[in-house]
Design a protein around this ligand. Structure first.
Ligand SMILES: C[S@@+](CC[C@H](N)C(=O)[O-])C[C@H]1O[C@@H](n2cnc3c(N)ncnc32)[C@H](O)[C@@H]1O
Length: 217
């Protein structure tokens, strides 16, 4: 993001989520002005979901759901879906775009955590949310994400990667370092699938990684 956009949106290290509301409040249904809005499920996630087993009888949580397309794809696969975003305007747009959907679209903050969701979800989906917040929050975000996963559940994460050390001045986005894969172990998750691709939009690679719960919450 260039310096003038960063200033215009008011990106601040100690108020790291405020600018998302500013951005979504200024957009229309079509998602104009939201840089990550594909108005479709993420292609890597879509390809994974197409070959995955049905989600019937299972719960899924979509973290930082944006305009809601990934949540709808999970619903179509049979999951009972909750999807949240820190931005009230993003959640309002999801409800407006998908009035027939049974997805429970709610406003919530991953940084604060949501205790009532601890250990609740068979599948947690996180695409580009850790990298949307400054590096100093990485451990908290990883812990709070891990907390949502049920004892037999999984977390599917898609993130872009850069080897250069992360610092506030270099984002947003603050692409993750490869070490994120190990960081989940401290919170009871272990890696069971890793699909790294060299063709990334912003960084040196894009990863789809799946973790499973190894320790009870
Ligand atoms: C880079 S966007 C990615 C959106 C979506 N996952 C996608 O791939 O299109 C990051 C999203 O996370 C949301 N977000 C940022 N911080 C958050 C937080 N602390 N809790 C919940 N959502 C957050 C933003 O509002 C935004 O919709």
């Amino acid at each position: 993001m260039d310096e003038s956009t960063r200033k215009h949106l008011g990106v601040q290290e100690d108020k790291p989520t405020d600018w998302f509301e500013t951005l979504y409040a200024g957009t229309k249904e079509a998602g104009a002005g939201v840089p990550w809005a594909n108005m479709a499920p993420h292609p890597l996630f879509k390809a994974w979901l197409e070959q995955a087993e049905s989600g019937s009888g299972k719960t899924a949580l979509v973290v930082g759901c944006g305009l809601g397309d990934d949540a709808l794809a999970l619903e179509a696969k049979g999951y009972t879906v909750t999807a949240f975003d820190v931005s009230d305007s993003a959640i309002a747009l999801c409800k407006k775009r998908f009035p027939e959907s049974q997805v429970d679209f709610v406003q919530a903050d991953l940084l604060a955590g949501v205790p009532e969701w601890h250990g609740k979800f068979d599948l947690v989906l996180e695409i580009f949310t850790i990298q949307a917040l400054p590096p100093k929050y990485e451990n908290t975000l990883i812990q709070n994400l891990s907390d949502f996963v049920s004892d037999s559940g999984k977390l599917l994460l898609i993130t872009e990667i850069r080897k250069e050390e992360r610092s506030f001045e270099k984002g947003p986005p603050w692409l993750l370092n490869p070490s994120y894969r190990k960081a989940f172990e401290a919170y009871g998750l272990s890696e069971i699938y890793h699909d790294p691709r060299a063709k990334a939009e912003m960084g040196e690679a894009i990863h789809l990684t799946i973790f499973k719960k190894t320790k009870a919450n």
